[in-house]
Design a protein. Sequence first.
Length: 129
Amino acid sequence: RRTGAGAHPLATLCRERWLRHDLVADPSVLGLGDLVAVDPADERPNLRDPAPAPAIGTGPDGERVLVVCSVGVDPCVVSAAAELVLRESPDRIVVALPGRDVLPAVERALARLVVPTSILGVACGWDIA
């Protein structure tokens, strides 16, 4: 896969991992100093269904930040973030989504987490020509 390669069916698989890869390469997009991919909360059942792709980074004040990358409307993003909070003990959570996927219903669901959570719409590598 590469930027501008078109919409071949294989290029549409695991886009949340592609998004995480882009953010790990440039964590400043999220206002973080560093970002490292971590294992997901659950094993991915297949390549077609969405599965949140997590990472851990360091914020500007040294806080531990859990980044959860997702694409589309993924009903598992809230439960995955909740499970990852138990494992990773972050100070805050950033859910990174393509801008078009930031929806009020997702924001309301994520607001129920016990850790401060923000949703950020980011540019995706596959949208760049």
